[in-house]
Structures are given as C-alpha cells and as structure tokens.
Design a protein around this ligand. Structure first.
Ligand code: 9PG
Length: 484
C-alpha cells in the first residue's frame, strides 16, 4: 500500500483511515518498509527506561548486571536481539519523516528491523499507523490516547520541593521542619518527603527519625501554605519487612512458584501480586492512612513492579493488572490528591495519574559513563541520562504533567557546571514541571534569587524543532548536549 509516496506492506486484521493516518487492529500487526537500517525511535517501558533514537545498524546490548534488568526496562525483552520499545515506536524514512506505530491501549510492544516495524501484545490491540513529521505524528497519537485512556484535569503542574537529591535517605523530622521553615518566601506549592521516613520497604510507618509521626510535618507544611507530599513504593517490599514475613503468599511468583525478583536495591525486593483481594484491601488502607496523616501529594515509586512478568491470582495481562491497581489507588486517594507516578509503565499509567516521571534520576554530576557505556545501562542517575530520555518523552505533555526530575541551583555538593545546571533548569521550563531538592540553607543569596526567579517565571514555550525551543525571548538548543 502507498502512503505518502512510499510502498508499505501492511498485515493487520483491519485497516481504516483516520485523521493523519490509519487505525489497524490485530494481536500482531506488521508493516514492511523500504528504509533499511535506519534510525529507530525507541520508547522504553517505564519512567527510567531509555527513550531516544537508536541506530538499526547496531544490535541492542543487554543491560548488565542481569539482576538489575527488572528495574531498568521491560525484563521480558531484556535479551531481545532486535530493537524494540513499549507501546509505540517509529523509524526514520528517507525524507526525515517517521513511519510510526502506536498502540491505543496498554500492554503492547513494538519491534523494528531493516525490513519491518512490528507491533504485538498479549491481546487484540488497536493501533495508530502514520507516516509524517515526528512532531505531528506524535501529537496525533497523543490525541488518540487521550480519547482511549483519558486525561486528568490540566492545571499547571505544582512547583515541588523534594528531599531526595540533597539528603537522600538521611532525612529526619528536624531536617524536614528546618527545610519547611527555610522555604518561606519561595513560591512552592508542594513540600515532598522522599525515601527515608518509612520503617522498611513494605512497612509504611514512620521510623525512629520521625518520632512525632508523619502528621506533624504535614501540619507544619500546610500552615505555611504548602501541600504535604510523601514518597511511597506501594507495590514492593523487602524480605525483611513485616509485610513480607506476614504475607509471603501476597508476592508475585513465576510458574515454578519462585518469587520474581523486582530489583536489587536495599539487598533485593519483591513485587506484590496486585490482583489478590487481600493486597487490594491493603493498598486501599495504605493510601487512606497516608491521606489521614494529611498528605495530598503522593510520589508513588517503583510502580513497574506490579506489571512484571509473573503468574497472577487473576490471570490478567500484566499491564491491565497494573492499571487496575492504580485505579484502586486513585479511588482510595480521591480525586483531589495529586499522584506523581515514578518508575512507572508509561502508557498504562495515563489517565489515572496527574504527573509522570519521564526519565531516570538526575544527579549532581553530568554523566554516569561506567553504567551507560560499559554496562550498557542508560538508566543510571545522571543529568545527561535524565535529559536525553526526558526530551524524547515530551510528546506526553498533552496527556499528563511530565516530570523530568529536579533542577539544581546550589553549588554545594554539586559537580555540574553552570551551563549544565542551566540546561536542567531549561528542561524544567519546557517540560512544564518545576522541582528542586536544594535545601534552602545550602543556597547562597544569589542562588536563592535564581531559584526564586525560575519558580516565578512563566515564559512562553514554543518547540521550534526536535530539540530546539523558544523560551520567552531565548532560543534554546538541547541537541548540543545529546551525543546523538
Ligand atoms: C528513592 C528514589 C527517589 C527517586 C526515584 C527512585 O534502578 N535503581 O537502582 C534505582 C534506584 C533509585 C531510583 C531509581 C532507580 O530512584 O526515581 O526520585 O525517589 O527512588 O529511593
């Protein structure tokens, strides 16, 4: 079949025209193309997984070490010999435009090689197929996803202070109260406590560093006009947790009955089978508990764990199981609670969460070369990894608040150059999500002024090319930072 002057061989169970392209159906669809070993627009599975253009001239390299794979990208395809992505993908045509295929529901995989672009899923799927300018094709795909998965009300994203990228897990009640006090005069909407407050992964009660309980901090934040925010990883637990010891039968196992490893941090952790009624009740209680403490902004992390391959109580497809669990959380939280999904399967989260982390963690240094180059792992914390993946996910902006992670204003404990700090600040502006983790007492007078000006700024943002933007009066070109 001819599309835009090129010959494509399409196999699908149904094909019909739609605005800007075609709708296809099929559990598997395949489009033969004439473009050979061109570039592939890859979209990794979850927040931290890489999104970028890759060359079909080089074979994909499996991430090392193997135990890390579940938390980097979809482990089901970790050893795939062909390039692929989750939900959507595209390849570059001779004229620089893109042959695009995107699923209109969760649970789809795209693969590309020199002869074809292929889509498949665990069940019958409807697809959008198009050939056109990358920006236009992605915009049309986003429009279609909005109709199938929904979009939550779109006010501007809140401005967030988060405790992770300065104190990491070394937080305490005293430090948090001190930070809240220091934030007076800075226009933040959210004060978010990150990892480090809980007793254990799985045991979501305050530890000894928070002796007055979590509501004390929530109240203090609130009295200063800040929405209290809290980090939780509701779908995972460590084997040392009370949750795991009391309910070993609540955890995801493979067909042999062995526990499915969900990651290697904190000495390893496991994923809940979120299709079990007992687990679903526990999730409802957990969310109601943190709501009861006063938290109205929840950063829910390591969410991919609920969608890992495994044998579930309800034999649902794994991304459907995940989405159902997210729906239960949304219902328990209520409509007014802001949910930021992190480490989250991208497509399966749309319509249920307010914000979505669209890249790996930033760090106060530029590159994580050891992991990126020698271990083939593009998901390690670094400004560069976060920038690269986030820039290739901005097409999600009409669907969800896109969080590229924090920007830095401090020079204390920071190896980023002024220009590297500026590029993360600009990334925050173009993505529309402004967050930082700099403790107010770490900033000198000038740095605090810069942070304040950035938080207050509402420049017009116009995308002028794949990597170029006009921010107010400035032309910003991110391409020179991406070794593409
Ligand atoms: C808290 C952090 C912060 C951060 C999240 C997430 O693959 N990993 O080993 C890996 C570990 C931590 C991590 C991401 C990946 O960071 O993105 O903002 O909340 O958890 O532990």
């Amino acid at each position: 079949m001819q599309i835009q002057g090129y010959d494509f061989h399409i196999s699908a169970s149904r094909l019909e025209e739609t605005l800007g392209g075609y709708l296809l159906s099929g559990k598997t669809v395949q489009i033969g193309h004439p473009f050979g070993r061109t570039m592939f627009f890859k979209q990794g599975w979850q927040s931290w997984s890489e999104a970028t253009w890759v060359s079909l001239k080089e074979n994909p390299k499996p991430i090392l070490p193997p135990e890390r794979r579940p938390q980097c990208d979809d482990p089901a395809y970790a050893l795939s010999p062909v390039h692929g992505g989750s939900g959507l993908g595209g390849i570059e045509g001779y004229d620089g435009r893109m042959l695009f295929l995107g699923a209109l529901r969760p649970g789809a995989r795209i693969e590309a090689d020199r002869l074809s672009l292929k889509g498949f899923g665990e069940h019958e799927i409807e697809w959008f197929l198009a050939y056109g300018e990358t920006g236009e094709v992605l915009a049309r795909y986003a429009e279609l996803l909005a109709t199938t998965l929904g979009v939550r009300a779109q006010q501007p994203a809140p401005r967030v202070w988060c405790s992770w990228y300065s104190y990491y897990s070394d937080i305490s009640e005293g430090l948090m109260l001190q930070s809240i006090a220091g934030l007076q005069g800075l226009p933040f909407e959210v004060f978010q406590i990150d990892d480090g407050w809980q007793q254990n992964m799985g045991d979501w009660e305050p530890n000894h560093k928070f002796p007055s309980g979590m509501s004390t901090i929530a109240l203090r934040a609130q009295s200063q006009g800040l929405t209290p925010g809290l980090w939780l990883a509701p779908f995972i637990a460590r084997p040392s947790s009370k949750l795991f010891k009391e309910h070993p039968d609540w955890f995801l196992r493979d067909e042999k009955g062995d526990l499915v490893p969900a990651g290697i941090n904190w000495g390893g952790f496991y994923a809940l089978d979120v299709t079990l009624p007992g687990v679903q009740n526990w999730l409802r209680n957990l969310i109601q508990t943190v709501r009861g403490w006063g938290y109205r902004y929840l950063k829910l992390d390591f969410l991919y764990a609920a969608a890992l391959p495994g044998h579930r109580h309800a034999g649902e497809a794994r991304e459907d199981a995940y989405r159902e669990a997210l729906r239960i959380i949304r219902e328990a939280a209520g409509d007014e609670v802001y949910i930021l999904a992190c480490g989250a399967p991208i497509i399966a989260s749309l319509g249920l969460v307010d914000g979505l982390r669209i890249g790996p963690d930033v760090a106060p240094y530029w590159d994580n070369e050891d992991r990126r180059v020698f271990l083939h792992d593009p998901t390690g914390p670094s400004a560069y990894n976060a920038l690269r993946t986030s820039l290739h996910r901005l097409w999600l902006k009409p669907l969800v608040h896109t969080d590229p992670d924090v920007a830095y204003f401090r020079t204390r404990y920071n190896l980023l150059s002024p220009a590297q700090r500026a590029v993360l600040q600009d990334l925050g502006l173009v993505s529309g999500f402004k967050a930082t983790s700099d403790p107010p007492e770490w900033l000198d007078g000038e740095e605090r002024e810069q942070l304040k000006a950035w938080l207050e700024a509402t420049p017009s943002i116009a995308q002028t090319g794949p990597y170029t933007f006009r921010i107010g009066e400035r032309e910003v070109d991110f391409a020179r930072w991406l070794e593409l």
